[in-house]
Design a protein. Structure first.
Length: 289
């Protein structure tokens, strides 16, 4: 019986066309309690558009190690696909997906990307633009400062804290943590707005071009989506393999439902998914190629 690795490479090698779906797992780097707490504070401060960037730029050790492995996996996947006639459909909004060296014009990110910015009000006349390398470097430094500030959250109270009842001490600790992290997030939001600049049309702030923005501007991906739709139409009656790396539980119409429909309409198409439980094994394998 062929191993997963042999099946994976064989399907790519024998296919006329390859469609790869990259799931939400490429956004999930640091499932720690502190990361979840920070994201809840971003939502509380109406800064949801920060969350995808936080996941992309998180500098904690655990997040760094996971990101490094997934970056290697994506680079090796791009090399494995080579000059094949392929397309990458990503529900991930991650910087690493945007910056992987795929074939020119073969990536579509309908949920947006942290590598582009838009007007917070979604001005129709304002263009969605790619971030410059200088802006990316400044954003990275802002998240480094946020990480330092987050580490300064006090875990213990001074003075008579030890003499307080345990339930009071826990409550006071949570209040202190919320104030410290909330302040750091507020400072991060102010910092990033300065970097991203203002809309030339309405004077509003620029935010990341992601689905979490209050007025998500779809201009950021629609041109790529039109190209993807034409490519997909051209796959009819061709030997197409659909590879699902990760899941898109929040967007079934983009992944599971769409892939099932594609393979049902094309008798020569096949759908290959390693499954949720094997995702990390796939990433490990690709990273070591």
């Amino acid at each position: 019986m062929d191993s997963f690795e042999e099946i994976f490479t064989k399907k790519i090698r024998e296919a006329d066309m390859v469609l790869v779906g990259l799931g939400e797992e490429f956004d999930q780097m640091n499932p720690s309690e502190n990361a979840a707490f920070a994201e809840s504070e971003m939502m509380a401060q109406n800064l949801k558009w920060l969350i995808p960037a936080f996941r992309s730029y998180d500098t904690s050790q655990d997040a760094f190690e996971k990101r490094e492995k997934k970056q290697k996996a994506l680079r090796n996947l791009a090399e494995l696909l080579g000059k094949k006639n392929y397309y990458i459909l990503s529900v991930s909004q991650s910087k690493m997906v945007s910056e992987t060296k795929w074939r020119e014009g073969r990536l579509v990110m309908p949920c947006g990307t942290v590598c582009k910015k838009q007007c917070e009000h979604g001005c129709a006349e304002e263009e969605v633009t790619a971030l410059t390398e200088e802006e990316k470097a400044e954003i990275s430094r802002s998240f480094e400062r946020f990480e330092v500030a987050s580490k300064e959250v006090k875990d213990f109270l001074r003075g008579d804290a030890e003499n307080m009842p345990p339930e009071v001490r826990v409550a006071m600790k949570m209040i202190q943590k919320k104030e410290a992290v909330g302040g750091a997030i507020n400072a991060l939001g102010i910092d990033l707005r300065k970097i991203l600049g203002k809309c030339e049309r309405c004077g509003g702030n620029k935010v990341f071009n992601v689905l979490q923005a209050e007025k998500y501007d779809e201009k950021g991906y629609l041109k790529d989506w039109d190209h993807y739709a034409k490519w997909l139409y051209g796959s009819m009656s061709r030997n197409l393999v659909v590879i699902e790396l990760g899941t898109a539980e929040s967007y079934p119409s983009l992944f599971q439902n769409a892939f099932e429909k594609i393979t049902s309409l094309n008798p020569r198409a096949s759908h290959f998914s390693p499954g949720d439980e094997n995702f990390e094994n796939v990433i490990d394998w690709l990273a070591k190629l």
